[in-house]
Design a protein around this ligand. Structure first.
Ligand SMILES: C[S@@+](CC[C@H](N)C(=O)[O-])C[C@H]1O[C@@H](n2cnc3c(N)ncnc32)[C@H](O)[C@@H]1O
Length: 447
């Protein structure tokens, strides 16, 4: 281990901080403490030298992306399962296997670097076991991969419950969806039209050596050929651009908020769509951003400050508007509802571990109660845009169908644009289509 690596005295004694130790810590947070990757990764990367961060990130994402397959291999390699208190060692086994199967690292280096992490941890006595398991894998890898791939969870690297739901919802598409979920997503920017045109920003990018192309379905999206640290993007800190998937960028256009309109973004954090709504139409009467989670509301505040979007922020429960609504109806409501996030697994592979089948029923009930609670806040003639980043019909077209059946004054209107596929109600984008995340939209008009 080179001297340039930092040491830490916290937690498990004096440890060398390098990409593998830090990736191990991220995995322990996600797999053992059930913390989200979005929360764990920035925290741990900040402890690491800058030039090691890309590797730590690649290892963390990679292991989570392939977790169900890697886990299947570990189970076949261990004589008996590790105790739950050794979940950290399990994570290091997954880390070792990921490097051996998916990365172009010489096998002996992948094994010895992973064993070194164990050696320098407070469970150094397990280094022999980890070394033995990884070497055993190298000896038997063809047979092991064949065995794990005989099961769908291993072959497609998804929990069986997600595979089963996708099969039943998308009998012709489920394999494509699973494949798309396992790809690295592109980094997509939204150009702030108040500052410059897309053509101008593409030229700025080219000027600093970043190649990029226009996103197909609007006039402000830019797809980078390679991910770039936001700090290096021209004008990022002053709000010239934001990072946002192409599918999410469709919301502002669909909402079609006009000058003077009173607009509600009912589930606003981290604020990507709210800021976009403002960028598209700065002359709104008011744009109210409601978010239940105080910490996440701070993310909306930061994004609004960076992009100079004028939002009124409220921490509140969108399902209980009596506590925060002043009684003035809205011309437009965006309900970007909490959902399974089954359309954004490629960006959030921790969903494979953290989301459980049993969560879906509660999410469907929450979405329904949000729709019912927000409908009275909409003006007659106004429009509510319902959105999710899910590919499960129960959260999408079926949810909207049930809502329409419960309201005499609600009807869907056709969606603009040539993307996705029309459903009984609304339109669905499947992950990877035109480089977008999986998303669902329905425009519901009142009266
Ligand atoms: C899909 S995210 C919204 C993303 C956001 N529209 C954007 O584009 O940046 C859903 C958000 O709803 C919030 N949320 C969940 N239940 C809520 C409730 N009852 N009232 C308000 N916000 C809620 C979650 O904390 C989460 O931040």
């Amino acid at each position: 281990m080179s001297d340039r690596n930092r040491r830490t005295g916290s937690g498990t004694g004096s440890r060398v901080l390098n990409a593998r130790t830090v990736a191990g810590d991220v995995l322990v947070d996600v797999c053992c403490r059930r913390r989200s990757l979005a929360a764990a990764l920035p925290f741990h990367l900040a402890r690491l030298r800058e030039d090691e961060r890309a590797l730590a990130q690649e290892l963390s994402y990679g292991v989570l992306r392939w977790y169900p397959r890697l886990q299947g291999i570990v189970e076949r390699l261990l004589k008996r399962p590790l105790k739950s208190r050794d979940c950290d060692i399990q994570c290091l086994l997954l880390l070792g296997l990921y490097q051996l199967i998916y990365m172009r690292i010489p096998p002996h280096a992948a094994v010895s670097e992973t064993v070194n992490v164990v050696k320098r941890s407070d469970k150094s006595w397990l280094q022999g076991m980890v070394n033995g398991v990884l070497r055993n894998f190298l000896r038997r890898q063809n047979a092991l991969l064949e065995a794990v791939d005989r099961h769908e969870a291993g072959r497609y690297a998804h929990p069986q419950w997600i595979i089963a739901r996708l099969k039943s919802a998308w009998p012709d598409e489920w394999r494509n969806i699973l494949h798309a979920n396992n790809q690295r997503p592109p980094m997509i920017l939204r150009v702030n039209g108040r500052r410059q045109t897309r053509t101008e920003y593409l030229a700025r990018l080219a000027g600093v050596g970043y190649s990029a192309r226009p996103f197909l379905h609007n006039s402000v999206g830019v797809i980078l050929d390679r991910p770039v640290d936001t700090a290096l993007l021209p004008g990022f800190a002053r709000g010239a651009v934001s990072v946002q998937d192409g599918a999410a960028q469709l919301a502002a256009e669909l909402l079609d908020a006009q000058a003077g309109h009173r607009v509600l973004d009912a589930c606003a954090a981290p604020g990507g769509k709210a800021c976009h709504i403002f960028e598209r139409q700065p002359a709104l009467g008011e744009l109210l951003a409601v978010e239940i989670d105080g910490e996440r509301l701070e993310r909306v505040r930061e994004n609004a400050r960076r992009t100079a979007a004028q939002l009124t922020l409220i921490q509140g429960d969108a399902a209980a508007p009596a506590a925060w609504w002043d009684g003035q109806p809205f011309d437009r409501i965006l309900l970007d509802a909490p959902c399974s996030a089954s359309g954004v697994i490629r960006r959030n592979p921790d969903i494979k571990i953290l989301r459980q089948c049993d969560d879906i029923g509660a999410l469907i009930r929450l979405q329904s109660s949000l729709l019912q609670a927000l409908w009275p806040l909409l003006k007659t003639g106004g429009m509510l845009l319902y959105a999710t980043c899910s590919v499960f019909p129960e959260e999408n077209a079926m949810q909207v169908d049930n809502f329409l059946a419960s309201q005499q004054d609600a009807r869907t209107v056709p969606l603009m644009g040539e993307w996705g596929r029309d459903m009984a109600a609304g339109r669905q984008i499947l992950p990877g289509e035109d480089e977008m995340d999986g998303f669902y939209y329905a425009c519901i008009r009142k009266g």
